[in-house]
Write a protein that binds this ligand. Structure first.
Ligand SMILES: C=C(O[C@@H]1C=C(C(=O)O)C=C[C@H]1O)C(=O)O
Length: 117
């Protein structure tokens, strides 16, 4: 059985996936916003891919010159800088720090693999 928007009162939540019962104007707005989210997610993936291309080169340079995979002093400077950028962009600095640490941990793992190879 299908439901029109008039079958549902405002206080009843819409079942996830039940797009037919969403007000068409709301659905259009949601679709527009989701298209932007998809574009942003694609940009993030492409930017991360470029970042990892650079960090792979750093990994090979470090391995060739017997430099350690991690550089905690550089990381500390990056975190300070990113927290400041996040603050001015009204992004949670704690979240920015966690994200950078997550990415750096993956980079260091790659550098350790390169150094062993
Ligand atoms: C890429 C480097 O190696 C590691 C990874 C970093 C990063 O992903 O930004 C930063 C510092 C290092 O711990 C580097 O030393 O520049």
């Amino acid at each position: 059985m299908t439901h029109s928007t008039s079958d549902r009162t405002a206080d009843q939540p819409v079942t996830p996936g039940d797009t037919e019962s969403i007000d068409p104007a709301v659905f259009d707005e949601l679709t527009r916003l989701r298209e932007s989210i998809d574009n942003i997610d694609a940009a993030v993936v492409h930017m991360l891919a470029e970042r990892f291309k650079c960090t792979q080169q750093v990994g090979h340079l470090k391995a060739a010159h017997r430099l350690p995979p991690a550089d905690p002093a550089r990381e500390a400077r990056q975190i300070t800088r990113l927290r400041q950028l996040a603050e001015s962009a009204k992004l949670d600095p704690g979240f920015a720090e966690k994200l950078l640490n997550f990415i750096i941990a993956e980079v260091i793992r790659h550098h350790e693999t390169i150094a062993r190879s």
